[in-house]
Unconditional design. Structure first.
Lengths: 456, 456
């Protein structure tokens, strides 16, 4: 039997493991599921005869090397910062490697060794990064092959709650790491290019510069800019494109309300607050408002942020109970972001029957035979339940499919890479369709930035 | 003759050197002015027979040690990060040291060695830090000596343009390092305590949370919070004070207009802009605004920041020429902050006849015999010209006075210290009066935070 070693059995590994176990008889696979917690590994193996859950501490060098040496291919689902130990062993023992993480500079530096040994190190093959690369490159390459010239590319992805589980005013629940949601947008300025003009959005304006998008059968969404769209020019071969913009999808109205937290300073993760443990939620928000001996916290918030009496934002704030004077934060030396996360987790955690949803949306503008054209393409995936979530499916299935294709010699080009070549994305996108992960594409009139031809 | 070694002959050393040279005959002093540029040193020495300008590179260890060894006392006017080399030599050769900089952790670590050798290392004895410490502690100690209990301390300092030279709409010119003005407030959240409540102001609200102050004969000013007011509790012995707030002074309206730059992202110093060199001022501001094929940059700014047609802010923006489409930035790989600084320097640089002004304002609230009382105290210093500026006088004279008093054995308590003991601040504040640096103090009704006794 051929041994596939999966290191890291977190939430995103469920669909990955299921795919491989389902194919294990036919493909003659033993799926070794290694995690620091044997329980995590056992849960995913579900007593399948071809599944072998093991406890593995990746910092236990001997055990790690032993497992990698004995495997035929390795999948690392560890947090990105832990990939390197695994990657070096894979080079040493001549094993192919698959990850869903961004290629780090450190990993990139292994490229020559990987090529010398004829190995395939496939990365960024989850959802985002992953399906975004593949689905975008498929259309971009097709346009280029037809002789078209790309002039615009916009791409948005979001992890949301499924419509049937969407029952709060924010139309949002935490379907992934809540911390990333709370600190989103803080790593640096959002930069992109529109019609040849470089644009920069500072954090304090990020949640007020959203744009609307509409997806058939799912209604309206909003997109807000990601940090660095410009690096995709090189990755996608779009060096002289006029417009390149990548972003995150939320339901309409989320960002405008979230902006309240940003403006008040409640998402700051850079300092700890005095006496955070014994603070009430009301004390927490009041810390960001001017002192006054009798004015209410509510009126101070309305005044500070100019919130009208009938603004729906207000109901969103009430819904997350931010003005509660009884509930205590209960976190020692916590940052504002940690406190806000705790408050939101009480309201935005999925209920046992809730399902998540992944939405991806691309817009391609191009010129062909002197004419401007536009293609819109989107993907919506709903989770089955809280194990086989939309996130687990969209992250794990491309990893699983790629792994089997590498093992079966269908993907062979060696090197540290991401899935932007036809050899890789075509068969994977094709097979993903069998799992309900597919794109709806339509050609629309080229709209650009002045769709109604307005003049001054 | 007794040798005073001054290392660093920048703009802030002029009044310091003059003071010492003026006293040099009577006090039997040789004033050695050492700078990496001999011209700088010569300019300050003005051919005075007791002045000795020398060229000194502080990283030339042998020369540095030689000069320090041959001196009787050392003043370091170097940028704070260069003090340590000098300080270590002073310990080695048993020389007293005076600086106007904050005590670094590294310098503090020398305290035991300094005390063992019976040396005085006096720091934070310029303007801010310096005169602020001394003038505050004089009042605080007096209140405590009378049996009073401090309940509130607010303190503001600003470097401004003198009223006779104040001829722009911002009522502001660069009188010191422009870079510090452009990035002001970005080092971390502003935190303070008001009536026992901890308050935090994020950067994006900092310039909208100003408070007004009035100084007799000089009119109204505004104060905005400094980064960390809380550390002064320990320094000033105000551990259980209810209100402690330190800030920066500007003329009324400055902060509200500056906030435009903050909101747009033009003060960001964390990334460089694409094509900054060939950008016009208009391109620069447009980089922070949404793309539109025909709307003007002006209207986009007004809309983005909700600036009414008749708002005076607008004239301030026009005055600094920020919409100019002809003028080029001319700086390669520049950050937004560097570009903004360049644009403002064109308008806010002092003319040859302009004078600067230093304003300091303290508010002390205390309880004595069951009654609440309040003292307000302020200092205004106008520069003589562009050599003997208000900044040079208020930074340099306390350094000079302290140096002579240490040399003459009037200040003797050893250790790495700042001027918060009566032995130090009383004689120095007294002598500063001879140079027009004095505080006007008045007792007012205790106003606290509800001066008009308003109720709900």
């Amino acid at each position: 039997m051929r041994k596939i070693l999966i290191i890291g059995a977190g939430r995103s590994a469920s669909s990955l493991v299921k795919y491989l176990l389902d194919k294990s008889d036919k493909e003659n696979l033993e799926v070794i599921i290694a995690d620091i917690s044997i329980e995590n590994a056992q849960k995913l193996a579900r007593n399948h005869p071809n599944g072998k859950p093991i406890a593995l501490d990746i910092f236990h060098e001997k055990a790690r090397k032993e497992e990698i040496k004995n495997s035929d291919i390795v999948i690392s689902m560890l947090p990105a910062r832990f990939h390197m130990e695994v990657a070096k062993d894979c080079v040493e023992f001549g094993k192919n490697l698959v990850t869903a993480s961004y290629i780090s500079d450190e990993l990139k530096a292994l490229d020559k060794d990987v090529k010398d040994k004829g190995l395939v190190f496939m990365n960024e093959i989850g959802l985002d990064p992953g399906i975004d690369h593949m689905s975008a490159m498929q259309v971009i390459d097709r346009i280029k092959d037809q002789g078209g010239k790309m002039i615009m590319f916009e791409s948005f992805t979001g992890g949301l709650v499924a419509p049937e589980s969407d029952n709060n005013l924010w139309n949002y629940k935490f379907t992934w790491n809540p911390r990333n949601v709370v600190v989103a947008g803080q790593g640096g300025v959002a930069k992109f290019i529109q019609e040849g003009k470089y644009k920069y959005i500072p954090y304090n304006k990020l949640f007020r510069r959203t744009e609307f998008l509409r997806i058939k059968d799912y209604g309206r969404f909003e997109g807000l800019a990601n940090r660095d769209s410009l690096k995709y020019r090189e990755i996608y071969g779009l060096e002289d494109i006029q417009t390149l913009y990548r972003g995150t999808i939320r339901r309409v109205g989320y960002s405008r309300a979230w902006n309240i937290f940003v403006q008040l300073g409640m998402t700051d993760d850079s300092y700890t607050m005095e006496g955070s443990e014994d603070m009430s939620y009301r004390d927490f928000i009041n810390s960001f408002l001017p002192y006054n001996p009798h004015d209410s916290v509510e009126l101070k918030v309305r005044h500070c942020l100019k919130i009208d009496q009938d603004d729906i934002i207000w109901d969103k704030l009430l819904e997350v109970d931010i003005f509660n004077a009884e509930k205590k934060v209960g976190l020692k030396n916590a940052t504002p972001a940690q406190i806000l996360q705790k408050i939101l987790e009480e309201k935005w955690t999925l209920s046992p029957d809730d399902k998540d949803m992944i939405v991806m949306y691309h817009k391609f503008g191009y010129e062909i035979n002197g004419k401007k054209k536009q293609i819109e393409s989107n993907m919506v995936v709903i989770g089955d339940d809280q194990v086989y979530t939309a996130m687990a499916k969209t992250v794990g299935l491309p990893v699983a499919i790629a792994t089997l294709k590498i093992l079966n010699g269908k993907i062979t080009t060696p090197g540290v890479q991401l899935p932007i070549s036809k050899e890789v994305y075509n068969p994977i996108l094709k097979e993903l369709e069998d799992y309900g992960i597919n794109f709806t594409e339509k050609e629309v009139e080229y709209l650009g930035y002045n769709p109604h031809n307005l003049s001054a």
